[in-house]
Design a binder for this molecule. Structure first.
Ligand SMILES: C[S@@+](CC[C@H](N)C(=O)[O-])C[C@H]1O[C@@H](n2cnc3c(N)ncnc32)[C@H](O)[C@@H]1O
Length: 239
């Protein structure tokens, strides 16, 4: 169900307009990735959308983007061509990455702006993390963003979704707009620790992002009640 929804070209058209309109929305994650991505490394961007990371890192790294939406990839490819930036793109489901990259290992795998939350149900998220681990270099990092479910503003929709539709705790059923019918998962810190551990990862760094726009990091006591989302850097557990 959810997969067909993300293939709708309207979502891609709206997404690029939103990124333009809300300049600064992803300010912190751009700064964070600049610090964490080295030149001349192999990078994979899962759910790359309209390609903002491909554009930013295309000329200094060997970067590939995968997205299920043909229109997202079309917009990304046009921007890459226009700016003469080299990056590879693939239209496909990120749950199939093991098939796309049989003999390739990446230094850094990205999954930004709540792409991981589009993967439902829980078993698919575990499967995806295991597949990510299988194509990551032993000393490589997975960097991803998710929304925090433990915020009062989320309480109503989380309870509504759970009681009325019997989805998993943390799932939000989108009830209007072009994403209507999609289920997006919101995470707790504890849940992230558990699911990463199960897939063979540990958290190397966890950043709390401040509401309303999640464009700033919070370090002080406010993070207890004002965290809108997290950026997580995960590395493989030593065996
Ligand atoms: C909110 S956008 C984020 C785009 C990009 N990561 C960014 O930071 O700007 C989520 C993206 O995930 C993609 N997506 C959702 N489920 C997917 C799947 N199963 N396989 C590949 N891409 C998927 C959507 O098409 C969409 O482009």
């Amino acid at each position: 169900m959810a997969l067909n929804i993300y293939k709708n070209p309207e979502i891609a058209n709206k997404y690029s307009a939103t990124l333009k309109k809300r300049a600064g929305l992803c300010l912190f994650d751009e700064y964070y990735l600049e610090k964490n991505i080295s030149q001349n490394t192999k990078v994979l961007d899962l759910g790359c959308g309209t390609g903002r990371h491909l554009i930013k890192f295309g000329n200094i790294t060997d970067i590939t983007g995968v997205d299920i939406s043909p229109r997202m990839i079309e917009i990304a490819n046009k921007a890459l061509d226009k700016n003469n930036i080299s990056a590879k793109t693939i239209v496909g489901d990120i749950l199939n990455i093991d098939k796309f990259f049989k003999d390739v290992r990446f230094d850094t795998i990205l999954m930004m702006y709540h792409t991981f939350g589009s993967i439902v149900p829980y078993n698919n998220r575990v499967l995806l993390l295991k597949k990510i681990k299988s194509i990551l270099k032993k000393d490589g990092n997975l960097i991803f963003h998710v929304h925090n479910r433990n915020h009062l503003k989320n309480l109503k929709f989380l309870l509504d979704t759970y009681w009325n539709n019997k989805f998993e705790i943390g799932d939000k059923l989108v009830t209007d707009g072009e994403l209507k019918g999609a289920v997006i998962h919101f995470f707790s810190k504890r849940e992230l620790e558990r699911i990463l551990d199960l897939a063979g990862f540990k958290i190397a760094e966890l950043i709390n992002l401040e509401l309303p726009n999640e464009k700033k990091q919070i370090n002080n006591f406010k993070k207890l009640f004002n965290t809108g989302g997290f950026i997580i850097k995960a590395c493989q557990k030593k065996l």
